[in-house]
Design a protein. Sequence first.
Length: 251
Amino acid sequence: MARLGQHFLRDERVAEMMVELAELGGNDVVLEVGTGDGFLTRFIASTGCRVVTVELDPFLARRAREALREYPNVTVLNGDALSLDLPPFNKVVSSPPYYISTRLLRWLSLRARPELAVLLLQEEFAEKLTAEPGEDRYVLTSLLIRSCYRVEPQFKVGRSAFSPRPKVTSRVVVLRRREDPMTPPESLVDVLRRLFTLRRKKLARALKELGLSCPPELEGLRVRELAPEHLPVLAAHLADELSTRSPPERS
């Protein structure tokens, strides 16, 4: 039975291949988001690494703890993985519920930043991660992920690999952290969120609608053409502009 929109992986070969892609060793600490009943967790734990696996559904968390008792290297937590105070980890291996994909990917790019992540995602969502600036599929998550990771699309996973079967095809994606990932300030991330609601417009026009000006070197771009290399220019310009504004008077 699917709970909270989950489709549970049931294909052992897919699980094995995901673990192989993660290049796991005994010194790794792996986060799994969406334990389910622990199917994928067993394959991760069998490598000897430490596993922290998080399940939102309390019923499934209890069931997983029971099923994984033989693995002392596994800790099962109940809660929202993106809100919990998690122990340090350096890798992620996960088949997360589709509905948290955007939140999860933004969290990985802006906060968690593991060195490697192997994720089983809805194929349509995976295509957003590989989209080039300017393409229709290119969204804010595409930009944020590219600013932190190299995206390596892997193999497709058919519907029969899950129970119950989803209505869509999935794909495994590897995210490999860049040597010099950009850390955009929160003020820039907030502006980007608003800009990408206007992503087909010229950047200068969209910024003007937000009451901001555009860096001269970026005026020819549309919002959806913003690439990671443009972010330092935009961040510096916005910082200068906002610093010159007078603070609001106190009543």
